[in-house]
Ligand binder design. Structure first.
Ligand SMILES: Nc1ncnc2c1ncn2[C@@H]1O[C@H](COP(=O)(O)OP(=O)(O)OP(=O)(O)O)[C@@H](O)[C@H]1O
Ligand SMILES: *[C@@H]1O[C@H](CO)[C@@H](O)[C@H](O)[C@H]1NC(C)=O
Ligand SMILES: *[C@@H]1O[C@H](CO)[C@@H](O)[C@H](O)[C@H]1NC(C)=O
Ligand SMILES: [Mg+2]
Length: 657
């Protein structure tokens, strides 16, 4: 009935298509309820009989009249659904190269994958002081809105940038930060706004890597809070990071790379100041050569190294700190090349040059290190015995150590940057920018993807709550008749993951059993969760499980092992060895209390949700117009490859309306 009434406005519908995702068709014969076919004419002139089941009519979505298409706010469309949104974005982008569109308070951006002349200082000044609705949609308009809400209405603000890998989140977050730096210059000699911006290249060097989806993919989440004084000038910033992908340090898939910083260093292997690091070229280190290609088209690692060093210095991180950082990084590369020959064989390693380099760089005793890489201590009732371990386990211990050192170094650098950006005195107000890494699916999705996608479910939930609540308030304010939209609620997926007897709970439990294996855990998942409609056991595998996420269905399997990663065992004796080493400086890896990965993750997620909490308590969810309002930037990745273009967009962009 509803469809028939709405259909008055148009003669066209969208039907699903294998190749083009959605294609347009014209209704050529009136449709009456009870009919079992809808007669359509396709754009290529062929007649299409669209089957309709009269008992539960599944009529195709209606196409907006052409006059509406190309609007700069999606909410102006008569019909707002997936094909309508995609078509509107496509028309704007393909015909006019316009990448930004509003959807109410949300900014939707299409990644153009090419420099557009729309980010200069002149454009920033054009947006400064303007109202969001009066100007073309732009990231600067969102930033201006946040700035104005803070400066005029005294509300703290958060900008959340979400979207999947490669959508352009980090680029957007940087533009937003640049906007604040330009419009709120401190005027002081210290140029604190330059320092705030300088934090980006460093975190990107140590936290970004080439993946098959993005040459500059952020492998961690980041929340930057920019602090302002009473006159709304930048006085400092603080940064929190989440969920660094540690496994990348020791493993990269085909065509992927390790963190940029390693390649930047290797490209300077010959330089005099790096001589003591005994570096080789990147294709000679195991940890940097696994993905095959050590270069990225269009990237000059050597030049990026200069940039990294320049920003280190700009932030006031001195030469000695930098040289310690490089020592630790070089040590990690050497550790990866340490050969482990056969079980319990410590003598053969004693003249391994990489082992020697690692130990020299970190002042670790080689004999102790070798001993505890290749043996373990077993405490029995009456005595303690030292037993050789299998080769695989020794290799796992080596890699666990490398990951732990890197993660520790990463945290140290972030801490130092925060110290450098510390706010002198009291911050009066802030604007937060959250760049969390987006929903991911690869050919093989392991524990890391599971964690990332879980975090994204949480973010999506926040987004739903916020947007729908806000929209409703607007309608109510203006007395517009409004029936509650039955929006997509992802609580059931979140429950599947985090509730008692859910996936994580069972994983933690299995890790506590000495005999627990991935197999036994997966069997429990199958037994307990089979009935859950969002969970599936793949038909042809006992080593994987499938979750229906808000964005897509994802199959998870982990060749390294879910339990292994969740425990993230670092062998105790190795820790002792490292602890006994002479510290190089405060960045020297001295693992103190090792958290299991899960504890670490929970801590991170906890912090992560604190942000969301921040939002919850500050945003108008319970108390409209309180403390903070948030602006959401939603990004849709569009690949410019022929044919695949909108298909990708459909798979990747899932709209909540
Ligand atoms: N506004 C833009 N103009 C031009 N190019 C862009 C823009 N946004 C993104 N790009 C291009 O797309 C690439 C990927 O963007 P970005 O690294 O910001 O993605 P991301 O969403 O942060 O992905 P990830 O989740 O993997 O970190 C950039 O390196 C840049 O080449
Ligand atoms: C990619 O990351 C590097 C950090 O190594 C950064 O300096 C550079 O600007 C980024 N490139 C793009 C295109 O964003
Ligand atoms: C904004 O945040 C600052 C610093 O955290 C806080 O002191 C201030 O009270 C907040 N402002 C408002 C209006 O809530
Ligand atoms: Mg990014």
């Amino acid at each position: 009935e509803e469809w028939l009434a709405e259909r008055e406005l148009t003669d066209c519908v969208w039907i699903l298509d294998e190749e083009h995702v959605w294609k347009s068709a014209e209704i050529t014969k009136d449709f009456h309820s009870g009919d079992n076919v809808l007669q359509l004419l396709l754009e290529d002139g062929t007649v299409h009989l669209y089957p309709v089941d009269p008992s539960k009519p599944n009529l195709p979505p209606l196409r907006n009249p052409d006059i509406l298409v190309g609007e700069n706010d999606l909410t102006a469309l008569s019909y707002l659904h997936e094909p309508a949104v995609l078509h509107n974005l496509k028309v704007r982008f393909v015909e006019s190269r316009i990448i930004y569109t509003y959807c109410g308070i949300i900014l939707v951006a299409v990644n153009p994958y090419k420099q557009l002349p729309i980010y200069g200082d002149a454009i920033i000044h054009a947006y400064s002081g303007q109202n969001m609705g009066d100007m073309d949609p732009h990231i600067f308009a969102v930033a201006e809105e946040a700035y104005k809400q803070m400066a005029r209405n005294h509300k703290n603000q958060s900008i959340i940038v979400s979207g999947e890998s490669g959508a352009g989140k980090t680029v957007s977050a940087r533009y937003a930060m640049r906007y604040f730096a330009v419009v709120s210059k401190s005027g002081s000699d210290t140029r604190v706004e330059d320092k705030v911006l300088a934090s980006n290249p460093i975190t990107e060097a140590i936290g970004n890597a080439k993946t098959t989806r993005n040459d500059n993919s952020s492998r961690f989440g980041k929340y930057t809070e920019i602090s302002f004084d009473r006159r709304y000038r930048i006085i400092g910033a603080n940064m929190r990071t989440y969920l660094l992908e540690k496994s990348r340090v020791v493993f990269q898939a085909e065509n992927e790379r390790n963190y940029h910083i390693f390649y930047q260093m290797c490209s300077c292997a010959d330089s005099a100041e790096f001589k003591t690091l005994r570096l080789l070229s990147a294709d000679e280190f195991r940890y940097t050569s696994m993905g095959g290609d050590v270069t990225i088209e269009g990237v000059d690692d050597k030049k990026d190294m200069e940039e990294t060093r320049r920003t280190f210095s700009l932030l006031g991180l001195k030469e000695d700190f930098q040289s310690d950082v490089f020592k630790v990084l070089a040590a990690i590369l050497h550790l990866g090349n340490v050969e482990i020959r056969s079980s319990g064989d410590d003598r053969s390693s004693s003249n391994d040059p990489h082992l020697a380099a690692f130990c020299d760089l970190l002042s670790v005793s080689p004999s102790e290190l070798v001993r505890w890489l290749c043996h373990r201590r077993i405490v029995l009732v009456s005595e303690t015995v030292v037993k050789p371990v299998p080769k695989e386990r020794a290799m796992a211990a080596r890699d666990a150590l490398a990951k732990q050192i890197y993660a520790h170094l990463f945290d140290c650098i972030i801490t130092r940057i925060n110290t450098a950006l510390q706010v002198p005195g009291k911050q009066h107000a802030f604007i937060g920018v959250l760049d969390i890494y987006g929903f991911e699916t690869f050919d093989i999705n392991s524990f890391e993807q599971f964690c990332i996608n879980y975090a994204n479910e949480k973010l999506q939930q926040q987004f739903n709550l916020h947007v729908f609540k806000l929209e409703q308030e607007e309608y109510m304010k203006e007395d517009i008749p409004w029936t509650l939209i039955d929006f997509y609620d992802n609580q059931p997926v979140i429950d599947l993951i985090e509730a008692k007897m859910g996936i994580l709970d069972l994983l933690d439990e299995e890790c506590l059993f000495p005999q627990g294996t991935d197999q036994s855990w997966l069997q429990k998942l199958y037994n307990y969760l089979e009935a859950n409609p969002l969970f599936e056991k793949p038909r042809l595998s006992n080593e994987a499980f499938v979750i229906q996420h808000f964005a897509d269905k994802v199959e998870y399997s982990d060749p390294v092992g879910f339990l292994e990663k969740n425990r993230d065992a670092l062998y105790e004796e190795l820790v002792d060895t490292m602890r006994a080493s002479t510290p190089v400086s405060d960045i020297h890896p001295r693992p103190v209390a090792f958290l299991t990965f899960m504890q670490y993750l929970k801590l991170n997620l906890y912090l992560n949700f604190q942000i969301v909490k921040i939002l919850n308590s500050y945003t108008p969810i319970d108390d409209f117009e309180k403390r903070v309002t948030s602006s959401f930037v939603r990004k849709v990745q569009v690949h410019l490859g022929p044919g695949h273009y909108w298909k990708e967009a459909r798979i990747r962009g899932r709209f909540i309306y």
